[in-house]
Design a protein around this ligand. Structure first.
Ligand SMILES: [Zn+2]
Length: 191
């Protein structure tokens, strides 16, 4: 993995889904971290976060560590880890020497977009027509709050039919094909 090799947050999330061969939801962020040789640390064990922080990334001896506030819900933890992966993959780490990020609003926003697009890929939601916050929260295992933002964004994308304009997104949906078909057939059975 080349840290910081991805450029924009949306494309980075597609790259990440493809590179880590993610083909089902919910996305296992711990598996991505493991494969990228990033160690996840519970803050309850290391006590490195401020009270206001949900997570941070540190580098020590060329090794990356994501520390997350594990007293928060699993859904929040998943988003925090995805957000920190965003900082790493988008190269925000190199804005500053040594440990820790220079956190600008811009970087925070990009990391949030990355996390949102990674955990709730628009093309998969589109294919399954999973568009409400409650459904998105359940399928993607993200908080209702995060799912509400995703749902609003999905309505917009649906209105503009803004899918598959980028080759990476076409590749992602191909990777999820089996999952999408299985989900679709399940919903028929449930009827
Ligand atoms: Zn951040």
């Amino acid at each position: 993995m080349n840290y910081g090799c991805y450029k924009n947050a949306r494309n980075a999330s597609w790259h990440c889904l493809i590179d880590y061969k993610i083909n089902s939801l919910p996305v296992k962020v711990s598996r991505i971290a493991k494969q990228a040789d990033i160690t996840l640390l519970k803050n309850s064990a290391v006590n490195l976060l401020n009270n206001s922080e949900s997570g941070t990334t540190l580098m020590q001896n060329d090794k990356l560590y994501i520390i997350y506030a594990d007293e928060q819900s699993a859904q929040r933890c998943r988003f925090t880890i995805a957000h920190e992966l965003g900082h790493i993959f988008l190269g925000h780490l190199f804005n500053k020497d040594g440990a820790g990020f220079a956190t600008t609003d811009d970087a925070e926003h990009s990391a949030n977009v990355f996390a949102r697009d990674l955990l709730a890929p628009a093309c998969v939601l589109h294919e399954l027509q999973i568009l409400t916050a409650a459904e998105i929260s359940r399928l993607c295992n993200i908080s209702l709050e995060a799912a509400t933002y995703r749902s609003e964004r999905m309505q917009e994308l649906e209105k503009r039919n803004a899918f598959y304009k980028h080759p990476l997104e076409r590749e992602v949906v191909k990777q999820f094909k089996e999952f999408i078909n299985k989900k679709k057939s399940q919903s028929y059975v449930e009827l």
